[in-house]
Design a protein around this ligand. Structure first.
Ligand code: G3P
Ligand code: CA
Length: 328
């Protein structure tokens, strides 16, 4: 049965990257909780999808932080926003999470302002408590976000990630942990320091930021080829491809799963979401963008394609869909 990986928590039901969202995901049956990690100014790992915090916190409502809004270049893109790496943990703790997609997920907005920005350590403590309570091991699946950017700010997150996992006894090859990255160099380096399983993320477009910075012309599309998959298998346990690399919209599966398996790699595809807006046109149902489409058929197609795990915003739907798909 493929693993159910709770993408940023139970993001279909609570604002992303909140302890409430992670807890709900575990109670819905998720196998792994996925925090994306960025660094604070004082080097603490916190769960946010990107260093910019304007879209997922109420920072804009804090006049005291108005002057922190600034312009930076992240992975070649110039962005004006507030950046987590300009805030100490104590300052970040004064902020509250808000829903990223209020038009699509209006129901989540009732929780705006209720939850703080969690640290990675708090997520690990929650994971341990829920594992005991639920009687099953809840895994953790951290992603190192924008490693080249953070290293350039003098805040590389990998040493802290290793130290925190070690402090929590989660640094063994068989720990319920996967560490993921869209970049390659940090995973190669982690392979020498951290025995846990590593996952090379593969986007549908573009190229890893570390390769771009190093003048390496290889793109994500290049990394899906068998020779590159064999190289990835030298440091990673698997790949995490965008789902369209496995099954392009309204088409049949590519050879990626078979090629990855031939290289000895697991395949954990992202991101599954119930709303029409995120589904291929053939699986959308009549109605609004935020109405649910035929997501059970999408899960079934990916089970049939042989994936080993799925990142989902709706862990309960994934659990139900996988149970149905595997008892046919
Ligand atoms: O990490 C898998 C998936 O989460 C990658 O996409 O942008 O949601 O971090 P993103
Ligand atoms: Ca992620």
């Amino acid at each position: 049965m493929p693993l159910v990986i709770a993408h940023r928590g139970a993001s279909g039901y609570r604002p992303e990257h909140t302890l409430a969202g992670y807890e709900l995901a575990a109670r819905m049956g998720a196998d792994y909780l996925e925090p994306d990690l960025v660094s604070t100014a004082d080097g603490v790992l916190v769960a946010r999808h990107e260093p910019m915090i304007g879209g997922t916190t109420d920072v804009a409502l804090h006049p005291g932080f108005a002057a922190r809004r600034t312009t930076r270049t992240v992975d070649g893109e110039t962005v004006t926003d507030w950046f987590a790496d300009d805030f100490t943990l104590a300052e970040l703790r004064t902020l509250r999470a808000v829903e990223r997609l209020p038009e699509l997920r209006q129901g989540n907005t009732v929780y705006d302002g209720l939850f703080g920005v969690p640290t990675f350590e708090e997520i690990l403590e929650l994971r341990a408590r829920l594992s005991r309570e639920l009687g099953r091991e809840i895994g953790v699946y951290p992603e190192t976000k924008n490693p080249t950017y953070l290293a350039g700010r003098g805040l590389a997150c990998e040493p802290t990630l290793v130290a925190v996992l070690r402090a929590h006894g989660l640094d063994r090859a068989d720990s319920p942990v996967f560490v993921q990255s869209f970049e390659t160099a940090n995973l190669r380096a982690l392979h020498d320091q951290l025995p846990v399983r590593l996952i090379q993320l593969l986007d549908a477009t573009g190229a890893p930021a570390d390769l771009v910075a190093a003048g390496d012309p290889r793109t994500y599309a290049d990394l899906t080829r068998p020779a590159e998959l064999a190289r990835i298998a030298g440091y990673a346990a698997g790949i995490g491809p965008a789902k369209q690399l496995v099954i392009p919209p309204d088409a049949g599966p590519t050879s990626l799963v078979a090629d990855a398996h031939a290289a000895g790699l697991l395949v954990h595809a992202y991101t599954f979401r119930n709303e029409n807006s995120f589904l291929p046109t053939g699986l959308r149902r009549e109605g609004r963008a935020d109405h649910y489409g035929d997501v059970l058929a999408e899960y079934r197609a990916f089970v049939d394609a042989g994936v080993d795990g799925l990142f989902t915003d709706h862990p309960d739907t994934a659990v139900a869909a996988l149970a149905l798909a595997t008892t046919r």
